[in-house]
Design a protein around this ligand. Structure first.
Ligand code: SF4
Ligand code: SF4
Ligand code: SF4
Length: 369
């Protein structure tokens, strides 16, 4: 009897996690629709209500759902596998703290709900440079709540965040931001990823996280397109923010930004949870692309050959970024991929203890010890 109860425990957490994911998807669709489309078509009174709903969703619902996701994922892994690696526990904690601090605690203390918009690495989004504009495509309260000093503080926070992100990446690789700080798909991918994709890719291996090669090609094309578009938009907004010269009319820019947000950062991101998984957006995230290249430059890799590879394929099944770890592990070569977000799930999944995440700095640090 006790044995049966134990057996059903992981499934119980898995089911709860799925409910949280469906709740996350439905509320995300409603909030995005209201803010991105409906808000511009209604009177000022209804606009106030929509903005309020969006703030509650963005700061409250999204962060609380993700933190619950971390808890359920932790319980699921603990009850099904019996152990969780040290780094994954660190990752769960730091991502939860990052979320709670920037989305719940800081907005509460500062009475400023859009603080998190400054916490995005280049070239992800141009939002900090839209701070002086009232009524940007997503912003609601930049200038209204904090005045011009607030705008300047927002820009300072943005630059400090860039320095923290890129300096940390030099030492720890893409892991630093993508698996420890990111409150977008870094947090959602790790908090919900165990129960995703909602529709499995491979019926023979339903738990496999690998994405079909044809879908990966589509995601690669989107990655190139979005990287170029975002870099272009950020440069145009920066020029506008510092010199006041609008190379493209501001209304046109806002409408491009709104369309981009709705298609790629909301609907496609949520849609990919069905077919790709919790890290779907990370395949084409512009910041992730840059951090991935940086990771390669700082020697980020998965070391193989620590023990013996039995070609079980568990590492490949576990990788949400579809990196082919096994092919390299079989011949004892390091895995170097700009897609690797440094989540450490492959390392944890290898029953032989054959894998290790490292960078040039980490290798030197461990040798010294
Ligand atoms: S790739 Fe982008 S969305 Fe994904 S974790 Fe990294 S910064 Fe966040
Ligand atoms: S290769 Fe390993 S560490 Fe990198 S993304 Fe895949 S599972 Fe995570
Ligand atoms: S999980 Fe370990 S043993 Fe299995 S294929 Fe990967 S590296 Fe080899």
């Amino acid at each position: 009897m006790e044995k049966e109860e134990k057996k059903s425990e992981p499934q119980h957490y898995f089911k709860l996690l799925r409910y949280v994911i469906y709740f996350f998807i439905i509320t995300g669709l409603i909030a995005g629709l209201l803010m991105g489309i409906v808000r511009k078509r209604v009177g000022p009174d209804v606009q106030v209500i929509i903005v309020w709903i969006f703030i509650v969703y963005e700061n409250g619902v999204r962060s609380i759902a993700t933190i619950i996701g971390f808890y359920l994922t932790y319980k699921y892994l603990k009850s099904s596998k019996g152990k969780i690696s040290r780094f994954r526990r660190i990752s769960f904690c730091s991502l939860s703290i990052s979320f709670a601090f920037f989305y719940l605690i800081l907005p509460f203390i500062l009475h400023f709900t859009e603080f998190y918009l400054a916490l995005i690495p280049f070239p992800w989004a141009s939002l900090p440079f839209q701070a002086p504009i009232t009524g940007g495509y997503l912003t609601t309260s930049f200038t209204d709540h904090l005045g011009w000093n607030g705008v300047i503080i927002t820009l300072y926070v943005y630059y400090i965040y860039q320095i923290i992100t890129f300096t940390g990446t030099i030492f720890l690789g893409r892991r630093w931001h993508c698996s420890m700080l990111c409150t977008f798909m870094g947090a959602h991918g790790e908090g919900f990823g165990e129960a995703l994709p909602l529709i499995p890719h491979d019926k023979k291996r339903p738990k496999s996280k690998r994405v079909h090669p044809k879908i990966r090609i589509i995601l690669l094309l989107i990655q190139i397109f979005i990287f170029i578009l975002n870099s272009f938009l950020i440069i145009i907004w920066m020029i506008f923010s510092f010199s006041g010269t609008a190379l493209i009319p501001v209304e046109t820019l806002i409408s491009i930004e709104r369309t981009k947000y709705l298609i790629f950062e909301l609907y496609l991101m949520l849609f990919l949870m069905f077919f790709v998984g919790g890290r779907g957006y990370c395949y084409y995230c512009p910041a992730g692309t840059l951090l991935g290249v940086m990771g390669r430059l700082v020697g980020q890799q998965i070391t193989t050959g620590l023990t013996e590879c039995t070609s079980c394929g568990l590492c490949n099944d576990a990788c949400k970024m579809s990196v082919d770890i096994m092919a390299k592990a079989e011949i004892g070569e390091p895995v170097k991929s700009i897609n690797c977000v440094g989540c450490g799930v492959c390392v944890e999944s290898c029953p032989m203890g054959n894998l290790q995440y490292t960078t040039t700095f980490l290798t030197k640090y461990h040798k010294r010890k």
